[in-house]
Design a protein around this ligand. Sequence first.
Ligand code: SF4
Length: 672
Amino acid sequence: MTTSIRKKKTICPLDCPDSCALIATVKDKQVVSLSGDPDHPYTRGMICRKMNRYPERLDSPARLLYPQIRVGRKGAGEFRRISWDEAWQRLTEKISRTVTEFGGQSILPYCYAGNMGLVNRYAGFPLFHKLGASRLHQTICSATAAGGWRAICGNAGGTPPARAVEADLIVAWGINIRVSNTHFWPQVRAAVKRGAKLLVIDPYRNDTARVADEHVWIKPGGDGALALGILKILLAEQRFDRRFIAEQSVGFEELAAYLGHTELEAFAYQSGVAADDIARLARLFGDHPRTFIRVGVGLTRNSRGGMAVRAIGSLAAACGLFSGGAGRGVLLFSGAFGGDTAKLTMPELAREQPREINMIHLGEALNSLDPPIKMMLVYNANPFSVAPDGSMVRKGLSREDLFTVVHEQVMTPTARYADLLLPATTFLENRDIYKSYGHFFLGIADRVVEPMGETISNFDLFQTLGQKLGFADMAFQQSLDQRLQSYAVTIPELDDDFELDRLLDGGYVESPRAHMMDSPFDRKRPFRFISEDDPTLPRYPHLCDGAEFDHPDLSARFPFKLITPPDDKLLNSTFGEMYPDESGRVLIHPEDGARRGIGDGDFVYLHNFRGRLKRRARISDDTQPGLLVAEGIYWPLADEDGGVNDLTSQQCSDIGGGAIFHEARVEIVPAD
Ligand code: SF4
């Protein structure tokens, strides 16, 4: 028998700013490897360690290939295979009965960005609108960052990453570029090779800080204070862009007045950066008009996150970094392509406005909402691992009167709690459209291989379900290409003669915004140093205490601060099945290790009033005294265990209702 080997281009679907163009090598109908597409201007042939191993998922023992129903206790992961006919029947009957007995709002969809392909990501929305289901407020990742950015920049997008190559100073502010934005790293290196300085501002010495020219150790949550302290000095020294401020901004005087009468020591205290160092950093910014700031979403995952984005953006604006000049810029989200998401979500199918549930309040919602949630349908998400206050989530998922449907690719910790488990395709078995939030290219990827086993895509799941429930609306009759096309025509950056097929197999479109050298602001759409139209926001960015870090009682009971940044093996909780025996590590400063009797490699318990977590200690001065760093959302080692989010809070950040994953107070002790 001859072996057939072919290569097909596709796009990475994971929640990552790089949105890589990939080449899949297919051997006898099986994807055997993935590599970066050398023809794509941003991917340039590189692939990260995570996706390198993706083909292993396709036929791993953890892969779900058939519909199954639960036969053991909830969470035990014991299921029996059933046919799709039986699955559809159970599903339609359960939905109909739940709506009749308890009303549409007793159903909660839970989904996020497990698959960034836009058609599949939003595929469930039309059906849930039609059912009158509770609406999920999608806040878990970028809501705070987006809210903070909108408050200062309105609809303006970020600076193209390629602009950084011409910078003389690159600032990685709260982002570990080498892990979380890998494909931006070559641009940083190119700038450094030209002589640019790389400055990293982060609470711990991450992989990027390790190779930077300078690492500024900041208190977690102190980013806004540092930005404002630097700006205070620049204003005092009259080193700011008068023209930008006069012609393209509002509210500068009010912010300047606040900075003028606030002592530098206050900014130093809250940021954890000494006043002399703040002054030195101000000179660095002042001396480098070609500065490019890459802002990380991570710095927004605390109770002052929105304020931090406003403060960093205000510093950048005052320095003239939005003016469009060579080497100058600020990148949080690219915002390269618009588009009418309503073409995918179809809110017009809803007859009335249902209640809205913030997805970070899942624990509370499952346990104490009145009227209660009786049915939950999970897709593109693993709330057991990623939702904060995990023990509450587990308690909710264990409710006998809750019917949980999980549409998944592999047996995740959430899937183990399903009553009905449905097998999902991976991106390699789907067609979809992908926009990046970190670069300026858009692409469409076709199916690389036929769906394995009896897996179906999100789109097919919800279209079929809508039809089986008897809904005659056009939404449930659309083919995938019709849905995709109806959305694509609303993307203003695509040409009128845009053809879907032209982009299949490696084609891409670059946003015209990538080449605009002008400032996105003018008198009509000014940069906002102050908030004039949102009364819920503080007028201007200012100093404020952290909700949990600066809480006096919690600080006394739980002396350590905990942050939970990503590591390079997992993307959020995706790929957890590949590390079944790993608990992950927690970084502990040597002084703290000695004080608690913990040695390198020991098992430890981190605990607070929400829960407890077991990890292995890594004693290192890569962190500060008093700060614990738990990288990666590893899956539980045993049935009864939780994850790192057992320790994090359901409290909202200051803007957008986002999560405060990097603001938990904990204690740490050696494990028995
Ligand atoms: S996870 Fe990010 S860096 Fe890795 S392949 Fe996907 S888009 Fe590229």
